[in-house]
Write a protein that binds this ligand. Structure first.
Ligand SMILES: Nc1ncnc2c1ncn2[C@@H]1O[C@H](COP(=O)(O)OP(=O)(O)O)[C@@H](O)[C@H]1O
Ligand SMILES: NC(=O)OP(=O)(O)O
Length: 314
């Protein structure tokens, strides 16, 4: 066996489902996809999303305060921390189980509660763009906006969702700890939900009210860990031009300049495919020889072998 390929994997919404029972089920499929990559001689570092989960936690904590105003409000940063822990818990167990089923060496699996520094002056704090929570009808969305003061948007033709600020990740606070575990050969889940957003306050860190995009967080982690490949697993096998239109065409390979041209033509929906392609570009541009792949969760193995997915190279 040659040198292991180091991969940072970004897991999308379909890897986790929309509620607790769905998540218990979905992580089994997700674990299969990850263990497939281990069997392909890859070293995998896992980053996951948390949009539905952090929205659910935030709603539940908000309801507590509304019922009993003496119950202090739970900051969004703490809700992100909670989402990292319970998603990591389910993923850890699903991965242990899948390695056991396949009879492969049971590598220790660790979830690193990860803080991500963002720029306190980022204009992103003034314009919420990150969809979280469940999808709503127009009527439900108008009601949520009026009752709770939520900002709402229509999300890629799929319904209405609450949006929150989503500044770009700047620094992974626990990077050294993550690197130690990865270099020790452990299977690490890190930067979950994009990382807990924090800003610098003098010598200290303070939670920020935001949800960071996990594709950008995975891109930063992949650069910091000098990964060979960033794989973004989502609900489509390939990226398309003219997505959803009669002249839709799937893309197998895309250079950075082609990807930028398609962005200029608004081929990728903001809040869904656009951040994935932008993260892929950023990773590929950061060093020669790096590759990004966007594909379906279940096709990770075929993707790394070059048999499917959209491959982005310089
Ligand atoms: N040009 C495009 N090509 C492929 N999919 C696209 C495109 N534009 C928008 N999409 C949509 O983006 C979705 C992926 O984004 P999203 O569901 O937000 O990701 P995640 O898997 O991270 O939760 C796809 O399932 C597809 O519906
Ligand atoms: N934090 C984040 O990017 O979550 P989703 O992938 O669920 O949108």
């Amino acid at each position: 066996m040659g040198k292991k390929k180091r991969i940072v994997l970004a897991l999308g919404g379909n890897a986790l489902g929309n509620n607790l029972p769905e998540q218990m089920q979905a992580v089994k499929t997700t674990a299969k996809a990850i263990v497939d990559l281990l069997e392909e001689n890859c070293e995998v570092i896992i980053v996951h999303g948390n949009g539905p989960q952090v929205g659910m936690i935030n709603n539940a904590m908000g309801a507590l305060t509304r019922e009993d105003p003496s119950h202090p409000n739970t900051p969004l940063s703490v809700c992100v921390a909670m989402s990292q822990a319970y998603i990591g818990y389910d993923l850890q167990n699903a991965l242990r189980e899948e390695m056991e089923i396949r009879g492969i060496e049971n590598i220790p699996v660790t979830t690193m509660i990860t803080q991500m520094r963002v720029d306190a002056n980022s204009p992103a704090f003034k314009t919420p763009t990150k969809p979280i929570g469940h999808f709503m009808t127009k009527e439900e969305a108008d009601n949520a906006a009026e009752k709770y003061g939520y900002d709402m948007i229509e999300d890629s033709g799929r319904g209405y969702r609450r949006v929150v600020a989503s500044p770009k990740p700047v620094e992974i606070i626990e990077l050294r700890a993550i690197r130690s575990l990865v270099d020790d050969g452990q299977l690490v889940i890190a930067c979950g939900g994009g990382g807990i957003p924090v800003i610098s306050k003098g010598k200290y860190l303070k939670g920020a009210s935001a949800v960071i995009d996990k594709d950008f967080a995975a891109c930063l982690l992949a650069q910091e860990l000098n990964a060979d490949c960033l794989i973004i697993l989502t609900a489509v096998e390939k990226v398309a031009v003219n997505f959803g239109k009669p002249n839709q065409a799937w893309i197998d390979h895309m250079s950075v300049s082609e990807a930028k041209k398609y962005i200029g033509e608004d081929q990728f929906a903001p809040g869904s495919m656009l951040p994935k392609v932008e993260a892929a570009i950023q990773f590929v541009e950061s060093k020669d020889g790096r590759e990004a792949i966007i594909t379906l969760l279940e096709k990770a193995r075929e993707g790394i072998k070059g048999d499917t997915g959209t491959h982005i190279r310089k």
